[in-house]
Design a protein around this ligand. Structure first.
Ligand SMILES: [Cu+2]
Length: 206
């Protein structure tokens, strides 16, 4: 009894943050994260898979093993493809993909879903979902409209080259809480590649 109370007290400081893609499988911390971003950032993300970017950039300033050239905390929170290579989705242009997001605590803000070219670190094409405001209202997860937590995206065409290989592109869910005193940025990434169009689906110039 006493020991269980003690462990609750010990766990209390690890406040859980708020958001992550729960389906398809999103990037998670592993050995590649440690080598790119360092031990502190990896431990923080292992303790809380919904941590936010600003917690991690703060840890980076005191991490001797943080490698800025390998760790971009504003792309997938620094999480690495090598730690998620077993969970690569294979999609085709035009395919409708259901996405599920969990937000443990709502924070009214903005959000979007995009495809990011990971080498160039740029969004490719149009946003697949865009909530410029009004995202994640309320005080508990069930207050958040279901269409903000479970939605479909349609895989765009024209990515067959840019996103041909796993690791070259991610689907990134991005959620920003930006009030006058606190900024919290949440990111969660799904690895995918685009399957080439089947032979009969290709168009040729005669
Ligand atoms: Cu918060």
């Amino acid at each position: 009894m006493l020991s269980s109370i003690a462990s609750i007290v010990l766990l209390a400081p690890a406040v859980l943050a708020h958001g992550i893609i729960t389906s398809p499988a999103a990037r998670a911390p592993g050995a590649a994260l440690t080598s790119a971003c360092g031990t502190k950032i990896t431990t923080a993300q292992k303790q809380d898979n919904t941590s936010y970017v600003e917690q991690l950039t703060k840890l980076a300033t005191t991490s001797t093993d943080y490698n800025a050239s390998q760790c971009n905390l504003f792309l997938c929170k620094g999480l690495q493809f090598a730690d998620n290579s077993a969970n690569v989705q294979t999609w085709k242009a035009g395919q409708v993909v259901p996405i599920k997001v969990s937000m443990r605590i709502p924070h009214l803000g903005s959000a979007n879903v995009s495809i990011v070219d990971t080498k160039a670190n740029t969004v490719v094409g149009a946003l697949l979902k865009d909530w410029p405001s009004g995202y994640s209202p309320g005080t508990k997860e069930s207050d958040i409209p279901i269409e903000q937590r479970q939605f479909n995206i349609t895989v765009p065409s024209g990515l067959e080259t840019t996103c041909a290989n796993a690791g070259d592109c991610v689907l990134q869910w991005w959620w920003l809480y930006n009030n006058p005193v606190i900024v919290e940025t949440f990111e969660s990434c799904v690895d995918f590649k685009i399957a080439p169009a089947a032979y009969g689906e290709r168009s040729f110039n005669a």
